[in-house]
Unconditional design. Structure first.
Length: 359
């Protein structure tokens, strides 16, 4: 009897299928080229080249001017890093300029008090320079932390929007700075601060304040993207109620965020007096707007839930480039306020456009 023959079908294991590529997932290079940080970097380079062409003898592109740009942008980069956390969480701090002023004033007073006799200090001779400077650093950062803690405490206790609270604290901080100094800047600070920190270079390559800004920015980026702290921060910005339901202690997290911002303000205040050896009680009025503009242009949503530390850091260079270029081109310093306001308007427009595209 004939046995039925089995029909052999090709085994699916022996069939080699060509690799499939998911075109919906962009490559790492494509993600980099389309990222907000990269696009902002292109804008910064374009502005530098433009001012280099317009400046006399290309002085804008000289190494000395690049060093000035690094020093000028270091403080705003630090403020923008702290503001990135706050805005990402759906909060604002309009009082950072007043915090910087008050921190610098307190630090300067402590330094002159511990530096030696009033006559010697007035002559710029400090018998206890090291002790005075170290105490000044602690006083500046401590004042900034206390200022930030009060901001957070008021927001938590009064249950008022941080915009309103920090707007009021801006006046309080500025008033306290005037009270402490009687409206007169504290000068004759030790030159060791400037030589060893404020205007010093790290191995002759990069100014120390700029290097410090990069280090703080790197720590902030890691915290925002790799740690639970960053997840909780953005969760607050996305939905405060959802964050609370997920177990986030919103009040405690808010305190931490304002403490970070306050500590950075204190650090910036010390950098300011270390660089110029005097306080500037009438300055820093536009720091909050400049920092917020840099944060929003850099990719952080003004309404919270999304943040980019690298984008904020790169965008913070734009005001320094513009102001530095205007000075070299001999444009009046009062145009700086116009530039800051224009940048803020552009930032809000970019954020609104970005939100509309996501809907």
């Amino acid at each position: 009897m004939n046995q039925p023959t089995a029909v052999r079908t090709p085994s699916t294991e022996s069939v080699t299928t060509p690799p499939s590529f998911d075109s919906s997932e962009p490559s790492a290079a494509r993600r980099l080229l389309t990222s907000t940080a990269f696009l902002i970097a292109v804008v910064v380079v374009a502005l530098i080249l433009l001012f280099g062409l317009l400046s006399p003898n290309g002085v804008f592109l000289g190494p000395a001017n690049f060093r000035n740009l690094a020093l000028d942008s270091a403080q705003l980069i630090l403020l923008a890093v702290g503001m990135t956390f706050l805005v990402g969480a759906g909060e604002l701090d309009l009082s950072i300029g007043a915090n910087v002023i008050l921190s610098s004033v307190v630090a300067a007073k402590v330094i002159t008090w511990l530096g030696g006799s009033p006559e010697a200090v007035l002559a710029g001779e400090y018998t206890n320079a090291l002790l005075a400077v170290l105490a000044g650093v602690a006083a500046a950062i401590g004042t900034g932390l206390l200022f930030g803690f009060i901001n957070a405490l008021l927001v938590n206790t009064l249950r008022v929007n941080s915009f309103i609270v920090t707007l009021a604290m801006m006046s309080v901080g500025s008033g306290l700075a005037y009270i402490v100094t009687n409206g007169v800047n504290v000068s004759s600070l030790p030159r060791e601060m400037q030589k060893g920190f404020g205007s010093a270079d790290f191995f002759g390559i990069i100014p120390i304040p700029a290097l410090l800004a990069l280090v703080v920015g790197a720590i902030a980026w890691y915290t925002m993207t790799k740690l639970r702290f960053g997840t909780h921060t953005l969760g607050m910005g996305s939905s405060l109620r959802a964050a609370e339901r997920a177990g986030v202690n919103v009040r405690r997290q808010r305190i931490k965020l304002f403490l970070i911002m306050g500590g950075i303000c204190g650090l910036v205040g010390f950098i300011d007096i270390a660089r110029f050896l005097t306080t500037n009680i009438q300055g820093h009025q536009g720091d909050a707007l400049a920092a917020i503009a840099a944060v929003v242009i850099g990719g952080t949503s003004l309404f919270g839930g999304r943040a980019s530390v690298p984008g904020s850091m790169i965008a913070a260079i734009i005001p320094a480039v513009l102001i530095n270029g205007l000075v070299i081109l001999r444009v009046g310093s009062f145009y700086q306020l116009v530039v800051t306001g224009a940048i803020l308007l552009i930032a809000v427009g970019i954020d609104q456009r970005r939100r509309a595209q996501q809907k």
